[in-house]
Design a binder for this molecule. Structure first.
Ligand SMILES: CC(C)(COP(=O)(O)OP(=O)(O)OC[C@H]1O[C@@H](n2cnc3c(N)ncnc32)[C@H](O)[C@@H]1OP(=O)(O)O)[C@@H](O)C(=O)NCCC(=O)NCCS
Length: 431
């Protein structure tokens, strides 16, 4: 069984367990019948989790997860087992060397058969951001970011190879369903030892050309508010748009009693709503609800000159499928109003199955407008966190991104104990 199949099975077993408890409460089954079936379900669930952990452990040391055997549990992940760096400093097969930036050879990466060039760009990306705190991007996660957008969006990637090694490059995303005036760098990187020789400037000029020839006028990039990103961005004429910040919650030192108390207080204000939760890709019957949630995310502070994202069920289905395909495991919760079942809010935490490094990533928390003011944001985030901690005991830290002007979200995060790591900007350049 592959990860998706194991997760579907886990979700089915968990639903059956809930259903059984409901039937017991309704007097439809006896306690003995319920106990016997719950025991079977627990054994089956344990086997699924063991298999999933084995697959992760194998992936974590660069082995084939399909060799994992269901019956032999492997102990959970360790922070020391890391995905091997695929082409760290290794020559790229068949790639020609180039000389000075003036004669630079910028090669297009074939995103249908990315191979060594994309792996080399990933390695350059790891080096370029090695000075930052926070999780490192695994090759699958990076591949997804650079090569796979939502349906219709255009993606391209370019690399500079010197002495057979990818020393710099960039990915570019051109949205097609909305924001057709812009392109986004994902991102532009130069290996530290190759900096201040004009490589960044040359790649930026190349990206601006690509944008202009696609009839677009705005280049968007994310970078720290500190050097080198800020120095480079200012020197090349970018302006700082939306301010963003990364925060981290250390699960090893978090105040769990306080979090549970906060949840109790918030729940007392959130009467009339119930929570649903699932692991991995959302089942299709939730896709309509998720369209509303992702459109609700457009209410978060946004850069000037960037339009709302448009969502439909095919985009939701594609995005869920991409998470699974690129080994991103999600723990999701949806709040629903009891009276009419209306979806009200949503939150999700990710773990990267390809990189057992002890990090989880918080994403996409939203409460739709008509449901705000009931503490649903706090209920969703804290409930999801408590559940996540139970399911993923090896995760040590969770990272989250927010606009610095998102006062409501920041108030929740700070109350939960998230601490500032660093500040970023969305940088804009008119091309
Ligand atoms: C930002 C980055 C791409 C710049 O690459 P680079 O090849 O060194 O850039 P260039 O040599 O073309 O630099 C052009 C100008 O930017 C400015 N600049 C670049 N790095 C700087 C730094 N560390 N501090 C201050 N200014 C800097 C300078 O004005 C420089 O001109 P100069 O060298 O003549 O003084 C590189 O440092 C990097 O990969 N950083 C990490 C990834 C990142 O933050 N990417 C940007 C977000 S998309």
């Amino acid at each position: 069984m592959r990860d998706n199949e194991i997760l579907s099975r886990i979700n089915a077993l968990v639903s059956e367990e809930h259903e059984l408890r409901g039937r017991l409460a309704a007097g439809e089954v006896t306690t003995d019948e319920e106990n016997a079936r719950v025991k079977e379900l627990e054994v089956a669930l344990d086997q699924c989790w063991d298999l999933l952990r084995q697959r992760r452990a194998r992936r974590g040391v660069g082995e084939d997860p399909d060799n994992a055997a269901p019956a032999r549990p492997v102990r959970s992940r360790t922070t020391s087992s890391r995905t091997p760096r695929p082409t760290a400093g290794k020559p790229v097969a068949g790639a020609g060397g180039v000389g000075l930036p003036g004669q630079m050879d910028i090669q297009r990466i074939d995103l249908d058969r990315p191979g060594d060039l994309l792996a080399g760009l990933h390695d350059a990306h790891l080096e370029a951001f090695a000075h930052l705190q926070g999780p490192r991007m695994s090759l699958p996660d990076f591949t997804r970011m650079v090569s796979r957008g939502l349906p219709g969006d255009l993606l391209e990637a370019w690399a500079v190879v010197e002495d057979g090694v990818v020393v710099a490059g960039y990915g570019l995303e051109l949205p097609m369903s909305d924001n057709t005036h812009l392109g986004e760098l994902r991102p532009l990187v130069v290996r530290p030892e190759r900096r201040r020789r004009g490589l960044g400037t040359a790649l930026l000029a190349h990206a601006a050309d690509r944008l202009r020839s696609a009839g677009r006028r705005l280049l968007v990039a994310e970078g720290e508010t500190k050097d080198p990103a800020a120095g480079f961005a200012r020197a090349r004429g970018f302006t700082a748009s939306l301010g963003e910040a990364r925060r981290m919650l250390d699960l090893r030192t978090a105040d769990w009693h306080r979090l549970e108390r906060m949840l109790g207080e918030a729940e007392a204000r959130a009467g009339g709503y119930r929570l649903e939760r699932w692991i991995g890709a959302a089942p299709p019957e939730l896709h309509d609800d998720l369209v509303l949630m992702m459109e609700g995310m457009n209410d978060a502070p946004q850069s000037d000159d960037v339009d709302d994202m448009k969502w439909d069920t095919s985009r939701i289905a594609a995005s869920e499928a991409l998470d699974s395909e690129f080994a991103q495991l999600t723990y999701s919760m949806l709040a629903r109003r009891d009276s009419d079942g209306a979806p009200a809010g949503y939150t999700r935490v990710y773990v990267d199955l390809a990189q057992p490094d002890g990090w989880g990533r918080q994403a996409d928390t939203v409460v739709l407008r008509e449901h705000r003011g009931h503490r649903l944001g706090m209920v969703l985030k804290v409930s999801n966190l408590l559940w996540f901690r139970e399911m993923e005991p090896d995760v040590e830290r969770i990272i989250t991104w927010n606009a610095t002007s998102n006062a409501h979200m920041l108030a929740i995060n700070e109350a939960m104990g998230f601490e500032l790591i660093d500040e970023w900007n969305a940088w804009h350049l008119d091309v």
